[in-house]
Design a protein around this ligand. Structure first.
Ligand code: ACO
Length: 359
């Protein structure tokens, strides 16, 4: 206690293994998934294509894609016992707790099989998460029992239609798909590393995912997209942004949505998400959040040399899409399940218990 921090504390700068899934600041060219630049995937691919590629090793052919989409759709129904549990979770529970409970309950109800069954479990959990969160949200807030077995072609579209009860616009569906693609994988980030550590003990797949959900929930990681929007609401308007930041600097407060353990000169996902934020700003006719975003980004970079991370544009983008703020991190879960599962597969294929030493 009170001693100087260890060099490498928080595994800073340590290489913890190899992966074929994504590059984070390794190539000098930004983030890639299985060799494809995320900018290209965000422009041309669906989230389900990216999910397939991460989980099955390559982009799907048209017929593989059609089969995969049908399979994911067929996995959207929730067992009655799981719906009963969700109906008992209070309205004011944190939705990340709901995600973890939903995943755990699914693991209690459905046999997960052994490692040879890994893709089935991953696909089932991937397809169920939008169902779990929207079923709980609509029931606890409105008393509505939504039928999660929709025929919507995409996971994002299913989430939007179940949450609002309306057919989503093309613009919102695409913006959400881009955000899911950008959130899908990111090397050995904290939640993925948590999944790997759990997997390395040969735990079952839903234990792996449930532990990763817990790790993602904190505000230094996935919880930051919610914290960004709460912060922007406290800033209130663009003319307050400079003063608000000065106070934060004086108090040595963290400015949410800025900084990154790996990227020190900017997060390569930010320009794509910022472009979505600009489109959403135009569609909504509400420039306030983009104005605050730009003032904060300019000041943080010029005065602190700290760049925004993906959560910074994601927070206001989700706000402009009308999502309740406490559902932002669950949306991150809906995407990152693909990365967690794919890293879990890699870990299992060449397993060694992850067990560091202490000094
Ligand atoms: N606001 C203010 N100062 C910051 C911020 C920030 N957001 N981020 C880093 N700094 C400061 C640190 O306080 C530190 O200052 P010091 O040297 O005077 O002590 C300096 O910058 C260097 O920071 P690091 O120690 O290199 O940052 P670290 O790698 O430990 O942390 C982290 C990275 C946790 C993401 C941090 O930047 C942070 O807390 N950011 C805010 C939370 C956030 O946005 N998280 C989302 C991460 S991305 C994602 O999950 C998609």
């Amino acid at each position: 206690m009170g001693e100087k921090k260890l060099e490498g504390a928080g595994l800073r700068g340590q290489v913890a293994g190899n992966t074929a899934l994504s590059t984070v600041g390794k190539t000098g060219k930004g983030l890639t998934y299985r060799g494809y630049a995320i900018e290209e995937l965000a422009e041309k691919a669906t989230f389900e294509e990216v999910a397939y590629m991460l989980l099955y090793g390559k982009l799907p052919t048209q017929s593989e894609y059609d089969q995969y989409s049908s399979k994911l759709k067929s996995y959207r129904s929730l067992p009655a016992e799981l719906k009963e549990v969700l109906e008992r979770v209070p309205k004011d529970a944190h939705p990340m707790d709901v995600m973890r409970t939903g995943c755990s309950m699914l693991g209690n109800l459905e046999p997960e099989g052994d490692f040879s069954n890994q893709n089935e479990t991953a696909d089932r959990v991937l397809a169920s998460m939008a169902s779990i969160i929207t079923y709980w949200y609509r029931y606890s807030h409105e008393g509505v029992k939504v039928d999660t077995a929709t025929d919507h072609p995409t996971i994002g579209g299913q989430f939007l239609s179940l949450l609002t009860g309306n057919e989503p616009s093309e613009e919102h569906s695409r913006a959400l798909a881009v955000s899911l693609i950008l959130y899908a994988d990111h090397g050995f980030n904290a939640s993925t590393f948590t999944a790997m550590v759990t997997a390395s003990t040969l735990a079952n797949p839903t234990q792996v995912i449930a532990s990763a959900i817990g790790s993602l929930s904190g505000p230094l990681h996935g919880g930051a997209n919610e914290a960004v929007m709460e912060m922007m609401k406290r800033v209130g308007k663009s003319t307050n942004a400079e003063t608000w930041l000065r106070n934060a600097f004086a108090n040595k407060d963290l400015v949410m949505g800025f900084g990154h353990r790996v990227y020190k000169f900017g997060d390569s996902r930010v320009p794509t998400m910022k472009s979505c934020l600009k489109d959403l700003t135009e569609w909504a006719g509400d420039t306030k959040w983009l104005e605050i975003d730009e003032i904060m980004e300019t000041s943080m970079v010029s005065e602190k040399k700290i760049h925004p991370n993906l959560d910074f544009p994601s927070g206001p983008a989700y706000y402009l899409m009308g999502f309740p703020i406490n559902l932002y991190t669950p949306i991150f879960v809906m995407a990152r399940i693909t990365g967690w599962s794919a890293h879990y597969f890699e870990q299992n294929a060449d397993n060694s218990l992850i067990r560091p030493l202490s000094a």
